[in-house]
Design a protein around this ligand. Structure first.
Ligand SMILES: *Cc1c(COP(=O)(O)O)cnc(C)c1O
Length: 401
């Protein structure tokens, strides 16, 4: 007989595993599949799914698999550590890793067939050394800066970089598979720098070809470029935030579907009189008799403290204001006169279909961009995966997990 006697301290805690989590980020795989397909339909180029930063907070391996199933052929990450995490999970698709220091160990990445982005001679030599050490040819993508002034070779150093790369190609240490750059302002329609960057990129490609390189993959566009700047597409496009359902172009909506719903359970409900002062420093006073709900999520979980004064959550079919300061692990929502119960679902943000707040709302309330909210959702929040039926009529099921 199962030990369910409350008095037995050795009895296993009943159904802890199956109990709904305090809080979770539910990732709608159908949304990611839809967004990947939608972006693929906008271009003849191949799609690189950018799954850096744990898939923008959605889970690197799960996101990689979903996007590859939906037509992406490449994966993009910032570090060899992220790339090897994909390889260790059995993901065999081409992966490009684009941030490194020359004295790091590239041998595992080169041995695992990870393409390495190179912006300077120091990195190029280090990758070539690693290739010789493992007896392989390293596949590199030379990056030129066309106007972001971040990574990428400065244009005046580019001719020397491509010459050096060509020499290393002759040695068999590297193969230059890609030439690439990154756009600064494709999210602002009509921004003149985008055209200037495209022109500089074309010049850099011509210089690389004149040096004898024959890159098969030219790539420049991010999500905004994919959706709004067709002349930036070339052979490969790098889709990031759009995959996760954030509209990337200012003032334009493409019908991308937000993939993450952040939700929790009410862990405490109290009935309080008008004038009750709530949370640290008592910055909130209840305007009427009513119910307060305690939500087990805080800024350690990525709910931005700065959004407190404007924040809203969705409980029992309506938006409810955040009451007072968001703390590290918890915050309070004010139900007003609507009764609530311990265990009630609290949606912090979701797709917005029913009127619940979206990640874009939270970004606005916090004075930031949705990317920062999504990537900031903490490790303590469990990620769970679903293939939610679309609430849009006529939208057919894309994936079942
Ligand atoms: C993050 C990143 C992307 C993806 O950009 P989105 O605007 O999120 O689509 C593409 N390329 C590089 C180099 C990046 O760092």
């Amino acid at each position: 007989m199962p030990q369910t006697d409350k008095g037995d301290p050795t009895a296993p805690a009943p159904s802890i595993q199956s109990a709904p989590a305090l809080a979770e980020a539910v990732i709608d795989m159908n949304a990611i599949v839809h967004n990947t397909r939608f972006m693929a339909e906008q271009t003849k180029a191949e799609i690189m799914a950018v799954v850096k930063a744990d898939g923008f907070g959605h889970g690197i391996v799960e996101t990689a698999r979903a996007t590859l199933s939906a037509g992406a052929t490449w994966l993009g990450v910032t570090s060899c550590t992220e790339a090897l995490r994909l390889r260790d999970a059995g993901v065999r698709a081409p992966v490009l890793s684009w941030m490194s220091v020359p004295d790091q160990d590239f041998t595992r990445a080169v041995g695992a067939d990870v393409d390495i982005a190179v912006s300077a001679a120091e990195h190029l030599d280090a990758v070539a050394d690693a290739a010789r050490a493992v007896g392989a040819t390293a596949s590199v993508h030379l990056k030129v800066d066309t106007g972001l002034a971040r990574n990428g070779s400065a244009p005046h150093l580019w001719p020397a970089l491509v010459d050096r790369a060509r020499a290393l190609e002759r040695d068999g240490a590297v193969r230059v598979r890609g030439v690439w750059s990154h756009l600064a302002s494709a999210d602002i329609p009509g921004d003149p720098t985008t055209g200037e960057q495209i022109a500089l990129f074309d010049q850099a490609v011509a210089q690389a070809r004149a040096a004898g390189l024959d890159p098969s993959l030219l790539h420049l566009a991010n999500s905004a470029g994919i959706l709004d700047v067709p002349e930036s597409h070339y052979d490969l496009v790098r889709a990031g935030v759009g995959l996760y359902g954030v509209e990337p172009v200012a003032g334009k909506r493409f019908g991308l579907r937000p993939a993450m719903t952040l939700r929790a359970r009410a862990i405490m409900v109290r009935e309080v009189p008008v004038g009750t002062r709530v949370a640290y420093n008592h910055t909130y006073t209840t305007p009427r008799d009513g119910f307060l709900v305690l939500v087990p999520l805080g800024y350690a979980d990525g709910v931005p403290r700065s959004a407190g004064p404007r924040g809203e959550v969705w409980i029992r079919g309506a938006r409810r204001p955040v009451a007072g300061r968001i703390a590290m692990d918890q915050f309070v929502a004010d139900m007003g006169g609507t009764e609530a119960h311990i265990g009630d679902e609290v949606v912090v943000f979701g797709p917005g279909d029913d009127g619940e707040p979206t990640v874009a709302d939270w970004a606005r309330w916090a004075g930031t961009i949705p990317h920062e909210i999504l990537t900031g959702i903490g490790a303590r929040v469990a990620r769970t995966y679903s293939a939610r039926p679309s609430s849009r009529p006529g939208h057919k099921e894309l994936l079942s997990v």
